[in-house]
Write a protein that binds this ligand. Structure first.
Ligand SMILES: NC(=O)c1ccc[n+]([C@@H]2O[C@H](COP(=O)([O-])OP(=O)(O)OC[C@H]3O[C@@H](n4cnc5c(N)ncnc54)[C@H](O)[C@@H]3O)[C@@H](O)[C@H]2O)c1
Length: 256
């Protein structure tokens, strides 16, 4: 098959969590451009409706909003059921929903620690597991992509996000473990570890931008659009022999 044809997603159905804004929104857009049907899963109030309306204009009938809380098994099961009712299959699952808070570990309350772990680790587990179960039933394999972070590899400074770093390291390793277990079903599981990306999460942290730039060899933050190609690569047939990998895309941050 022609190499460019391998990047097409026609006939495939993708679930993208955290798709209301930021990275997830651009991943969903990239998949729509590549020909997939996309279920936009996110907390209802985080721009989900606006994003779904925007995509409906661009690609009528190709995406649907699915309000979902990835920390709830019931909510994730409902997400899978809604996807099957709409399009009858799941080929790609992007476990991208994630949260952060800023606080030192020395005095961090347990509930704050657990809230981050619950979304960033348990949320990935629930979404990936539910989608993989469906992919196994379908018998056609599939691709699961976890949004980890450079924070899975390094501890960022000067902000204090130790719990977030721990959660992303766990998410990265969880993806690898699932890759090993699910390979027999031709379900590939990989993670992507972005560096600082200018999203709704990062934009308001203006004081930090100036402190981060000198730490990044490329001397700038990335944009969510610059991640689209990598998410497409892992979703499509061009990466059909890749599983268990973590791909870092960080302007060189973790190289120094
Ligand atoms: N922006 C960065 O610099 C950066 C860097 C590395 C990794 N990441 C990771 O990328 C992912 C996306 O980050 P972003 O910058 O686009 O963030 P964002 O805050 O702009 O978007 C987060 C999305 O996750 C959804 N979400 C949060 N909690 C949820 C829950 N419980 N259930 C369902 N959806 C939920 C939100 O509704 C939103 O759509 C996160 O996992 C984040 O940790 C971001």
């Amino acid at each position: 098959m022609n190499i460019l044809d391998q990047f097409k997603l026609n006939g495939k159905v993708a679930i993208v969590t955290g798709a209301g804004q930021g990275i997830g929104k651009r991943v969903a857009l990239g998949y729509l451009q590549a020909g997939a049907k996309v279920v936009l899963a996110a907390l209802a109030d985080d721009n989900l409706t606006t994003t779904a309306a925007e995509f409906e204009q661009l690609f009528p009938g190709c995406s649907v909003a699915a309000p979902c809380n990835v920390t709830s098994q019931t909510s994730v099961d409902a997400l899978v059921a809604a996807t099957l009712e709409k399009w009858g299959r799941i080929d790609i699952a992007v476990c991208n929903a994630g949260v952060v808070s800023f606080n030192g570990l020395e005095a961090m309350p347990l509930d704050e620690f657990e809230r981050i772990i619950k979304v960033n680790v348990s949320g990935v587990f629930l979404t990936a597991q539910a989608c993989a179960q469906q992919m196994i039933k379908q018998g056609r394999g599939g691709s699961v992509i976890v949004t980890a972070s450079m924070s899975a590899t390094v501890i960022n400074t000067p902000q204090k996000i130790g719990h977030y770093c721990a959660s992303k390291a766990a998410a990265k390793q969880l993806a690898k473990a699932m890759a090993v277990e699910f390979a027999q079903h031709n379900i590939r599981v990989n993670s992507i570890s972005p560096g600082y990306i200018m999203t709704e999460l990062v934009e308001p942290l203006t004081d930090m931008h100036a402190l981060w730039k000198p730490q990044i060899p490329m001397r700038r933050l990335g944009t969510p659009e610059e991640l689209m190609g990598l998410y497409l690569y892992l979703a499509c047939d061009a990466s059909r022999y890749m599983t268990g990998s973590d791909l870092i895309i960080d302007g060189g941050f973790t190289s120094v």
